[in-house]
Design a protein. Structure first.
Length: 361
């Protein structure tokens, strides 16, 4: 992989980790993840996906965060499902993946609406797989409820993997348990009971040799176990939570790859953008119109901005227009990276690297 592509990926990393909502944790999380991954986070994940996903293969994408569960477990957060759906769109368009979304049963309706907003027909698993092989084009995904009880989650993980043989397992803004088995929200409160136990799918994926990727923004999501020490040191409630367990919000389960972002949706967009650069496909990353539609449909399905509490197409206290602007900048970065000028720059970087090697010899 050329230094040029690595530089582009570094720019994407910086863009999606702008601390625009001033939580004052993302830079600590990002630096800790870079120490573990050793290269731009979006590049490591995009390369792994490009390597492992084959046309027509199933990819599991888990998301969904029941928000305000003490009021109703049917209230979900808008950060997560749009990122899951739009990354799935990119994986489908660029690599031919068949996405299976895994979410709490009571949030399935919202995930289905969000998946349709990005262009997928939502079908049962076998029909979604058959759609990829159809002589007439039909772009399909499946939305599955995932158990909130650990024994059932273990059994379902084994069943799903043995039945559908996924080539990757991705979690976006999905709660993960600490060393005492408790899942917390960002306020350090126990949200274990209502959360699908996707940690068990990550564990089973590890045992089956399936690449796992976590995308998160606050330190309490699947994947963040990779940098648990940094979470305990830098994140509010990281070392000590607000619930009786007292063990903090840092997860205990790791993923192979981790992408940290200021908004989890942006982490998903960053991976998609990097994949578009790797494969030279500008249209592999969605445009502003698709972003607006997806956020609006997700809100219309009842998902809320987790910061404001309003049913609104914003996420994490950031208005929809800013999320759309993020796509404008990401798309321009992708366009410039794979334009003739960008390709010429890549070639020049390669030639300079060869000259440096000869001088060293």
């Amino acid at each position: 992989m050329t230094a040029y592509i690595e530089a582009v990926a570094g720019d994407i990393d910086r863009l999606i980790t702008i601390d625009i909502n001033r939580r004052d944790v993302i830079q600590a999380l990002y630096q800790a993840a870079r120490m573990k991954i050793k290269r731009p986070l979006v590049l490591a994940s995009a390369e792994a996906l490009a390597k492992d996903i084959s046309p027509g293969s199933v990819v599991f994408i888990a998301t969904g965060w029941p928000d305000r569960p003490w009021i109703s477990s049917k209230i979900g957060e808008l950060d997560g499902p749009p990122g899951a759906a739009l990354l799935a769109r990119s994986l489908h368009r660029i690599l031919g993946a068949v996405p299976f979304f895994l979410i709490e049963e009571e949030l399935q309706h919202a995930m289905k609406a969000t998946a349709r907003a990005v262009g997928f027909a939502v079908l049962p698993p076998d029909q979604a797989i058959a759609a990829y092989r159809s002589s007439a084009p039909l772009h399909a995904a499946s939305v599955l409820g995932f158990p909130t009880e650990i024994p059932q989650a273990i059994a379902e993980s084994q069943r799903l993997i043995s039945t559908y043989h996924p080539t990757a397992m991705i979690a976006i803004e999905k709660g993960s348990a600490n060393e005492k088995g408790i899942i917390h929200n960002a306020r350090g409160m126990d949200t274990t009971a209502c959360m699908a136990k996707v940690d068990e799918l990550v564990k089973e994926s590890h045992r089956s040799g399936i690449i796992t990727i976590g995308i998160g923004d606050g330190g309490n999501e699947i994947g963040m176990g990779l940098i648990a020490d940094a979470i305990r040191a830098h994140v509010p409630y990281g070392a000590r939570c607000a619930c009786p367990c007292g063990a903090g919000i840092a997860p205990s389960v790791c993923t192979d790859m981790l992408v940290t972002a200021s908004v989890s949706n942006w982490g998903a967009y960053g991976v998609a953008a990097c994949l578009a650069v790797l494969k030279g496909q500008v249209d592999g990353l969605h445009d502003e119109e698709v972003e607006r539609r997806t956020l609006r449909e997700a809100a219309d399905a009842g998902l809320i901005d987790g910061n404001t509490g309003y049913v609104d197409p914003g996420a994490d206290g950031i208005p929809a227009r800013t999320h759309v602007a993020m796509i404008t900048v990401l798309r321009q970065l992708v366009i410039n990276a794979i334009s003739p000028r960008g390709l010429a720059l890549e070639k020049e970087v390669g030639l300079q690297r060869d000259r440096n090697r000869k001088e060293e010899i």
